[in-house]
Design a protein around this ligand. Sequence first.
Ligand SMILES: Nc1ncnc2c1ncn2[C@@H]1O[C@H](COP(=O)(O)OP(=O)(O)O)[C@@H](O)[C@H]1O
Ligand SMILES: [Mg+2]
Length: 538
Amino acid sequence: MIILDDLTLAFSGNVLFEHVNAKFLPGNCYGLIGANGAGKSSLLKILSSEITQSSGNVVIDSSLRLSVLKQDQFAYDEFAVIDTVIMGHPELYKVYAERKAIYEKDEMTEDDGVRVGELENIFAEMDGYNLEAEAEKMLSELGIPVSLHEVTMDKLEAGQKIRVLLAQAIYGDPDILLLDEPTNQLDYQSVLWLENFLLEFKKCAIVISHDRHFLNKVCTHIANLDFKKLEVYVGNYSFWEQASQLAMKQKKEDFKQREEKVKELEDFVRRFSANASKSKQATSRKKLIEKLRPEAIPETSRRYPYINFSVGRPCGGKILTVENVSYSDQGVQLLTDVSFTLDHHDKVAVVGENSLSKSALLDVLAGKITPDTGSITWGETIEKEYFPKDHAHLFTNNSPLLEWLAQFAETVDNQELRGLLGRMLFSGDDVFKKVGVLSGGEKARAMFSKLMLAKANVLLFDEPTDHLDLESISSLNKAFQAYPEIMIIVSNDFELLDTVCNRVIEVSPVGMIDQKTSFDDYMTSDSIQKKRAKIVTA
Ligand SMILES: Nc1ncnc2c1ncn2[C@@H]1O[C@H](COP(=O)(O)OP(=O)(O)O)[C@@H](O)[C@H]1O
Ligand SMILES: [Mg+2]
């Protein structure tokens, strides 16, 4: 059990949360949610003793083993993959590492022989052989083949590293598991694996996530960090969302009613306080006013951008024909024989285990790269806009945000641009921020305003939710649903894909699948899984 007792955290006078009291119990999985910058990561760092609170206490039984999913992907670069996982169990790792070092020597001394004998005994007592096998099994289930278990971490690509770090966090059955945005950069299969792990996990887990599908599937409780407080609710994210919106609505209605009543009473007092016969009534009403006067509703740190992609002119008859497109990058095949034709109202989820293949397809469609073979023919009426996964290159000229946006506008005046940026939550002086210093989430919102200006009739998105908070994701989801024309989307937000898309195109280095179906049906249909097995490459 974890107890937070009157916990307060402030950084140089800026209070993130104060006087927080909460309990986290075994058997539960807590989804820790809150706006960007609310202090979620900092709270987990307090629990893992990485930083110290400003005041108050955290009580965690010292016999409990606490484990954390590390965000720093480069921390283990010089260690072997399997060693990195076993480090998740520090006592076992000590023995394991000493033993391994002796075995790796060219020549063993007599002392080494004696020591290694001792270590083997300790290792066996700790159930080390089973645990070692367990680490290998976990890695294989997460799609890290045996051939990679002994290579050093720096040889892995980002998606693989995060899976190894996940295995490390989970390794050796910790009592308390802290995960900070674990599903970022995880592929679909690994997310499923983690979901199942957490559903089976009997201990206490606290998970920060912006992934609504994930939060709904695994969380028994939602811990909401807002108004500088932490409140724990029973239920998953959807349940919390509905309950909290209802509660906020009631609060506002109550506030309004009280305000009206107070105004009425004040009028009475004003009229009759000079009137001797009514002065008694006026006095009692004054008291009532004090009782009824509503307390100001506290400011939430949550803000929803208003995203809305409108269309200048609708798509004509012909939209897009892709014929036999293949593409390789520096000798690595990414796309093979991709062909399809888009129809009216298609909203396509581009899926696949290889994120390079997916990005290559969008780059090819957007005209950013030329395929090795094949052709791409857009209809004459088509105006397309692209949100690439990596859009850092668009923010290199260090101009103020308003100026940056103006370069994409033809006829719009500054007032209108400011309005647009305001809807993307850049208010007041924010519009003069240099674009180079914008955070990931802010850059994404700046990109949305660029796309909103264009009024295109085909929108291409590659991982638009990567740096967004739940509020922005929810606004983006609504905008995607409302958009009347063609969309092609790569996203690891499965809720987004499932609620927006009516067609799925899967690409891999060796082939493709094209199905008019929802994302959920695609991922769960047996017949499609058989087809998928044929084009998935390890
Ligand atoms: N060591 C630190 N010193 C000063 N400010 C910090 C420090 N760590 C985080 N912050 C600030 O505290 C706020 C909360 O950060 P964080 O806990 O990462 O938020 P969240 O995970 O909810 O997005 C941010 O504004 C961040 O810039
Ligand atoms: Mg964080």
